[in-house]
Design a protein around this ligand. Structure first.
Ligand SMILES: Nc1ncnc2c1ncn2[C@@H]1O[C@H](COP(=O)(O)OP(=O)(O)OP(=O)(O)O)[C@@H](O)[C@H]1O
Ligand SMILES: [Mg+2]
Length: 319
């Protein structure tokens, strides 16, 4: 278990991490989400004792990282896949880590096999592709067979097979009762991988909740309706006090889960429906809604993108 209590980090005037209090529990995959610059990597560095907190405390199974004997056997982490001596082979890189943490030599070959790097084990790390580097970083995290694993953007640079592999790897590590803490920008990927979510924005905690609760609390559920008798349907809904939004392309949207009520109303008034479908916003939409206020680095929509600018379209609907 990883426990943070009022954990804060300040760089000059900049508050990168602001009084974070939460626990990362064993047996599940906990996703760590937040916009660019939210403080995810800084938080992870403080967990590993690589950055000193300005205030607050963080403990790994009740102890500070520096108090752990052979730390790789307690917590394995992938923070920066490029943090490897380029002139060393994958095998020697892992062997150095193993020897400094009292880990038997045979584990090196085992983890190289687990991550699929056995055939390039003797090649120098500087020649590795982005995805191979990520795999080597994951091998280092697994080396000490630790009960706690932490990955900062692990799928960065992995191909679809690699993404699929790491998703299953994280789930299986959690199923073995380990603590798995993983940050990612890929919301669709998190939706498939994480059981629990911790969301931060500008260093502050925005949510600490299960995945289904997060989507329920932060996303919009609505009913999508299409009818060839649009005007009549609008009148009928209006008379019943139901608020309708015109979403363009002949689509009407009604907030909430009122599909049955709308269907029965349409039948009673003899209005033909071509579509009546309950919709739930995706995790990506829920995330964007929650963090909209906390995004520091906004891109400006390319004027050439026009109606295909999906984020602008989504924001328009959500407000
Ligand atoms: N060594 C440092 N010195 C000064 N400021 C820093 C330092 N490290 C991080 N920061 C600042 O702290 C904030 C949080 O950065 P951090 O890298 O933790 O964010 P992040 O959530 O990991 O972002 P990303 O999603 O882009 O990886 C940023 O504003 C960053 O500029
Ligand atoms: Mg980061």
């Amino acid at each position: 278990m990883i426990e943070l209590a009022g954990l804060s980090k300040r760089y000059g005037d900049k508050v990168a991490v602001d009084r974070l209090t939460f626990a990362v529990r064993p047996g599940i995959v906990t996703g760590f989400l937040g916009p660019n610059g939210a403080g995810k990597s800084t938080t992870m560095r403080m967990i590993l004792g690589l950055d000193h907190p300005s205030a607050g405390d963080v403990r790994i199974d009740g102890r500070h990282y520096a108090q752990l004997k052979d730390p790789l056997t307690y917590i394995g982490a992938l923070l920066d896949a490029k943090a490897v001596h380029g002139g060393r082979s994958a095998y020697n890189h892992l062997l150095c880590l193993a020897q400094s943490n009292g880990i038997p030599k045979r584990r090196v070959a085992e983890v190289l096999d687990t991550v699929g790097l056995t055939t390039v084990a003797r090649k120098k790390a500087k020649g590795f592709s982005l995805g191979m580097g990520q795999r080597l970083g994951i091998a280092a995290a697994l080396l000490g067979d630790p009960r706690i694993l932490m990955f900062d953007e692990p799928v960065n640079g992995l191909d679809p097979e690699g993404i699929h592999w790491i998703r299953n790897l994280m789930k299986s590590l959690a199923a073995q009762g380990r603590t798995v803490f993983v940050s990612s920008h890929l919301m669709s990927e998190m939706a498939l991988t994480a059981d629990h979510l911790v969301v931060i924005g500008q260093g502050r905690l925005l949510a600490d909740t299960s995945m289904p609760d997060f989507i329920r609390q932060n996303s919009r559920s609505y009913v999508r309706i299409r009818s060839p008798q649009r005007e009549r349907l609008l009148d009928t809904l209006h008379e019943s006090g139901i608020t309708v939004v015109e979403a363009g392309g002949g689509v009407l949207e009604v907030d909430g889960g009122k599909a049955e009520q709308i269907g029965e109303l349409a039948a009673r008034h003899g209005v033909v429906l071509h579509e009546l479908s309950p919709q739930q916003a995706s995790l990506e939409e829920a995330f964007m809604q929650l963090t909209a206020e906390a995004v520091e680095y906004h891109a400006h929509a390319d004027p050439g993108l026009g109606p295909q600018d999906r984020s602008a379209g989504w924001k328009g609907r959500a407000r």
